[in-house]
Design a protein. Structure first.
Length: 224
């Protein structure tokens, strides 16, 4: 009953996507689909464009329109980009949301990681430390992003994943992937990351959560 009630709040095309799950994800030609939905081709194109912006379908010249697996990221990303265009201060508020989510899901997330995940986390720590020891110093942003996303990658929750992925896109958009502050500051940040990863590998999850929280507090004091 709930699904039927909510279906009236979405477009004909989105309702079609939710109700018809062909094995290969391929969709009929626009004219055929428009006739089936009882709308014009022009109206279908508008609805299709919305679905594409939300990351629900992809449209290619030769293969046509194909349904994609559900992801929350594109919707959050688009809304967040608009929020940042209105006011950069929205990033701080979104960052606070992301911090709470990481803390809340820490124990669930780290217990789902497998041996290969843990090895990759250790590799990211080593690669970041190498960049920080280099001449000149390189900001290990790619490692930073990948480390955090990997920790939460096994959660079966597209909404958590979507918020975390959109956060890192915004992080880059506002320029925080660039070098800011001293090498001592960056080393301290990665010392916390190393503590987090070590705790994950040893199963001392509470110590890892404590390191995560201290890491978050340190970032809140990030040099301008």
């Amino acid at each position: 009953m709930l699904r039927e009630r909510l279906s009236f709040d979405i477009s004909e095309f989105l309702h079609y996507l939710a109700s018809h799950k062909e094995a290969d994800g391929g969709l009929p030609p626009l004219a055929e689909l428009a006739a089936e939905l009882g709308i014009s081709v022009a109206a279908l194109r508008e609805q299709l464009e919305v679905a594409r912006a939300l990351g629900l379908v992809e449209v290619r010249p030769r293969t046509g329109t194909r349904r994609l697996s559900y992801t929350f990221t594109p919707a959050v990303r688009q809304s967040l980009r608009y929020a940042l265009a209105l006011n950069d201060s929205h990033f701080q508020k979104f960052s606070e949301l992301r911090n709470h989510i990481e803390s809340a899901y820490w124990n669930e997330a780290v217990q789902k990681l497998n041996k290969e995940d843990k090895q990759e986390l250790q590799t990211l720590i080593a690669r970041a430390k190498e960049k920080l020891r280099g001449m000149p110093v390189q900001v290990p942003h790619e490692e930073h992003r990948n480390l955090h996303l990997l920790i939460y990658s096994r959660l079966d929750n597209p909404f958590v994943t979507g918020i975390l992925e959109a956060y890192w896109d915004a992080y880059e958009a506002v320029g925080l992937n660039m070098y800011a502050g001293s090498i001592d500051y960056l080393n301290e940040v990665w010392d916390y990351h190393a503590q987090m990863v070590e705790s994950i590998c040893t199963g001392d999850y509470e110590t890892g959560l404590d390191a995560l929280i201290k890491h978050i507090d340190l970032l809140a004091q990030r040099p301008s």
